[in-house]
Design a protein around this ligand. Sequence first.
Ligand SMILES: [Zn+2]
Ligand SMILES: [Zn+2]
Length: 131
Amino acid sequence: MTPQRRAIIQVLLESAGSHPTAEQIFTRVRDVMPDISHATVYNTLHELVEMGTLLELNLGMREQRYDINTTDHAHLICLGCGRVEDVPYDSEALTLSPEHTHGFQVVDCRVIFRGYCPACASQERHLRSSG
Ligand SMILES: [Zn+2]
Ligand SMILES: [Zn+2]
């Protein structure tokens, strides 16, 4: 375990549940390792994803998010502010019957719920009632 890897994992553990972008991770790692380069952070993130220590999430947003929680879970995403929440989810509950797998050996299933968090939902209501 290199010091860079350790620093990145530490940042992710401290921000568990917030699903930071690579850029946000870079900013926070730099606080503890001022000499670390952008490239090092990006490469290390890739290594950690390959090792299975981290999940790289493509949530249909502008930037990939990183998740230290590699257990089975789904995500709730706010379309207003981009907030991402972990929600418990049993991926085994969603299974394909053999005739629907088209011969695929399914190894992964990602579930994303999209909507508006309470803050964004109330703001929206407020805008609508005043506008
Ligand atoms: Zn929101
Ligand atoms: Zn997550």
